[in-house]
Each structure stands twice: as structure tokens, then as C-alpha cells.
Design a protein around this ligand. Structure first.
Ligand SMILES: Nc1ncnc2c1ncn2[C@@H]1O[C@H](COP(=O)(O)OP(=O)(O)OP(=O)(O)O)[C@@H](O)[C@H]1O
Ligand SMILES: [Mg+2]
Length: 408
């Protein structure tokens, strides 16, 4: 039996999650180490303090290593933030061989044409994902190799990221002695962990509501159609509570997680359930707040986030575009009632997506907040042939990272 090593680091705005795993026969993943630590030095998905971010990553990596009982050498790393842009681009080539049959080298050639799209110098390519191939004008082809034709086109989804943001992130990871195997845009990773093949086929919108950003990916006909990053998420919900009720941010965060609910507390419910009606008795700084005020504040902000998510859709005909509806994941999706509120606001089916469960010590990953980290592990396995991710670490970089590892 063939055994490979694989690892993922999700550097989120609120937590860093490292997962180490073994992959058997290139398909069965067994988790052997998990490390989750609160993150510092990040803002809206971006590294803003190198030293703090590095320390958070280091702690998370060490924790996973200790559990796994081995060193972490390289990992898939998630990228998010407002600096990420995406476009759909088409590439075309002529099939010049005398027999007019599409060969694997033609695929490579047409993808090269698609990825030669002009990228501003401050941006770099992150993904060039083939969505479909078109042979002599006939579209919807998933794999054209062996088909006859004179002309081959490819529709691609191209994702770029700011060079500096990516550099800061990789620098932090390298300085903990870990190589960056590949960078993956976060909602693509989350999608791997929570969406079903049927949903991707029918049309579905995924929204990962994290701490600093809400990351979006739209799938249709089993291919990625649109990706976006909205800079509003769980942090704003907590800040609203903090300002609205005049409590500290930490306290507001605790209130949100413990008592938060996005559905309004009904009049009759208040009358019926005496406990609900009562103000929450607060330990610590002596405040008391009602469920109703708390849920009102949370609901207003979450409603806004849900509307912003829907605004990302290229057209209004939701039933046709996303019959499978909206899937919410990320830590923010833990708010009770969010799926119900989502259906009221968006008028499409809404569910909360948890990452699929993996073998091994993965029970602690059963939370929407770990969708990205679990998805990073799945991403490469499932997209081996369909992504062209440029620029792996250079030889010098690898040597420096090894030196860091030795010093550890
Ligand atoms: N039980 C809960 N109820 C409500 N909110 C929660 C709960 N658990 C976590 N959250 C919220 O989820 C957010 C963190 O989510 P997540 O861990 O997915 O973010 P992240 O990956 O660190 O950040 P980002 O993806 O934005 O960089 C925080 O705002 C937190 O308050
Ligand atoms: Mg996240």
C-alpha cells in the first residue's frame, strides 16, 4: 500500500489550523495531527504583523507535530483577502497535427495561451482552472483528448493575488521551517470540504463566513464560475455587539458564542418561556443584556452579510443559477438560526456545511470553522490535473527553509 504525507495550514484571521495526515493509495486520508491556536497579526485575512503571525503559525504547527510525532516539512496553505481578483478567460489554439486529434500536449498549449492573460505587475497568478473545453465550437467538453477537431478553446477561471500579500504569508510559513507546497484560494478549499458533487453540478453558492472575511465561490455544471472575497464577517458581528451594548470586544465575543441567535425572539415565546424573557445574568463586568437585544444586533449584521453574498451573483434568476441554493460554512455559520434567516433573506434553500469527516483523529475538526483546513487537504487530491499553479518554492528558498527547520 502506498502511503504519502500531506499537510495543510489555514492561517485565518481568528485562528491558525494545521492538519497533518497520511494518504493511503492516493485517496484515503487519515489525520494524525491537528494544531489549532488563536491567530495574531492578521487583519481581514492579511498578515499585518509578521512577528505575531509567525508565532501563531509556529504554535499551531508545533501542536500538530507533537500530536503526529513527526516533523512537518511542507504544507498546502490557504490565501484570502480583498487583494484577490478573479476573471474568466478563454484561450484558443489550432490543432495542427495531420490527424487532427487533440493530444495532451494540446491541452497544455491551450492552457498556456489562457494563462498568458496580462496580469498587473503587483499581482501574481494563483490558479488557472479549466472550466470547459470547446472543440470546433462545441462546448461542454470536460476532457477533449482523443477528439477530432481543427480548433480547441478552453474556458478558464483565473485567480490572481497581490504579490506582497502572498509573500508576507509565505515568509511567515517558511520561517517556521515549513515549505509551501502550494497556495490555494480559501473558498476553493472550503468547497472541497463541504459541497456535494450534485450541488456543484446543479449550481450552488458557497459562503465561508470567517472572522475577517466572507469568502465566496459559485459552482455550476461541476465547474467554478465565480469567486470573491467580502471584507465583512464574524468580527463585525462582535464589534456591533460590543458597541451596541457597551461591552468589551472579548465579552461581546463570548456573549455571541454562548447566547447568540439570529432569529428574533418572538413576543409569545418571551411570554411563554420565562427564562428567555429574563435578562442574561452576566458574570464578570456586571452587565446584563436581554436575548432580544443581542439577537437583534446579530441579526441585522448577519442579514447584511447575507445580502452582500447574494449581490455577488452575476444574475438575479437564482432558481435557475443556483437550484442547490446557498451553503454557509466558516465559524460564523455556527450562529443558531442562520440557515432559516438565510432562506428568508435570499429565498433559496440554505444549509450549513460542515467539513466531511476524515479517518484518524479528526473528530475535533467537526466544525464549519475547519472547512478551509480540511478542504486544503482534499484540494490537490481532487484537482491534480485540473489546476496549473505556478511558482513553487525555488531551490534557494527551500534551502533557507531547511535551515530554519534545523534551527528549530
Ligand atoms: N459558536 C459560534 N457562534 C457564533 N459565532 C461563532 C461561533 N464559533 C465561531 N464563531 C465566529 O466565527 C468567526 C471565526 O470563524 P473562522 O474560524 O472560520 O475564521 P478564520 O478562518 O479565523 O478567519 P478568516 O477566514 O476570515 O480569515 C469568529 O468571528 C467567531 O466569533
Ligand atoms: Mg477562514
Amino acid at each position: 500500500m502506498r502511503k504519502d504525507r500531506i499537510a495543510a495550514i489555514d492561517v485565518g484571521t481568528t485562528k491558525v489550523c494545521t492538519i497533518m495526515a497520511d494518504v493511503y493509495n492516493k485517496e484515503e486520508i487519515r489525520v494524525i495531527g491537528v494544531g489549532v491556536t488563536p491567530s495574531r497579526g492578521l487583519h481581514k485575512g492579511l498578515v499585518v504583523n509578521l512577528h505575531e503571525a509567525r508565532e501563531s503559525i509556529r504554535r499551531s504547527v508545533r501542536m500538530a507535530e507533537q500530536m503526529a510525532g513527526r516533523r512537518l516539512e511542507s504544507a498546502y496553505v490557504g490565501v484570502t483577502g480583498r487583494h484577490i481578483t478573479s476573471i474568466n478567460n478563454r484561450g484558443s489554439i489550432a490543432i495542427t497535427r495531420s490527424n487532427q486529434v487533440v493530444s495532451p500536449s494540446d491541452l497544455k498549449r491551450v492552457l498556456d495561451v489562457a494563462r498568458s492573460v496580462k496580469v498587473p505587475s503587483e499581482q501574481r497568478l494563483l490558479h488557472v482552472i479549466p472550466r470547459e473545453y470547446v472543440v470546433d465550437g462545441q462546448g461542454g467538453v470536460k476532457n477533449p483528448v482523443g477528439m477530432h477537431g481543427f480548433r480547441l478553446d478552453v474556458e478558464t477561471h483565473i485567480i490572481t493575488a497581490a504579490v506582497t500579500s502572498v509573500q508576507n504569508l509565505t515568509k511567515c510559513v517558511h520561517s517556521t521551517g515549513v515549505d509551501v507546497e502550494d497556495l490555494v484560494m480559501e473558498p476553493l478549499a472550503s468547497a472541497e470540504a463541504v459541497l456535494t458533487p450534485e450541488e456543484k453540478q446543479d449550481g450552488v453558492l458557497l459562503a465561508d463566513i470567517g472572522g475577517g472575511t466572507t469568502d465566496i465561490a459559485l459552482f455550476k455544471d461541476n465547474t467554478i464560475y465565480h469567486t470573491a472575497v467580502i471584507p465583512v464577517a464574524g468580527y463585525q458581528v462582535t464589534r456591533d455587539i460590543s458597541i451596541g451594548l457597551g461591552v468589551t470586544f472579548e465579552f461581546a465575543e463570548e456573549m455571541k458564542k454562548r447566547y447568540g441567535n439570529v432569529m428574533p425572539v418572538m413576543e409569545e415565546e418571551e411570554g411563554r418561556g420565562k427564562d428567555r424573557d429574563k435578562n442574561i445574568a452576566i458574570t464578570g463586568d456586571g452587565h446584563s443584556i436581554s436575548y432580544r437585544d443581542l439577537s437583534e444586533i446579530i441579526r441585522m449584521r448577519v442579514e447584511e452579510i447575507l445580502r452582500l453574498i447574494m449581490l455577488e451573483l452575476p444574475q438575479q434568476d437564482y432558481e435557475k443559477l443556483i437550484p442547490a441554493g446557498l451553503v454557509l460554512t466558516g465559524g460564523g455559520a455556527n450562529l443558531p438560526g442562520i440557515a432559516e434567516l438565510g432562506e428568508m433573506v435570499t429565498r433559496v434553500p440554505v444549509r450549513v456545511g460542515r467539513p466531511i469527516s476524515l479517518a484518524g483523529v479528526s473528530d475535533m475538526l467537526d466544525d464549519p470553522a475547519y472547512a478551509t483546513a480540511v478542504g486544503l487537504l482534499l484540494w490537490k487530491m481532487r484537482n491534480q490535473d485540473s489546476t496549473v499553479t505556478p511558482a513553487k518554492d525555488g531551490a534557494l528558498r527551500r534551502m533557507l527553509t531547511r535551515m530554519f527547520r534545523l534551527f528549530r
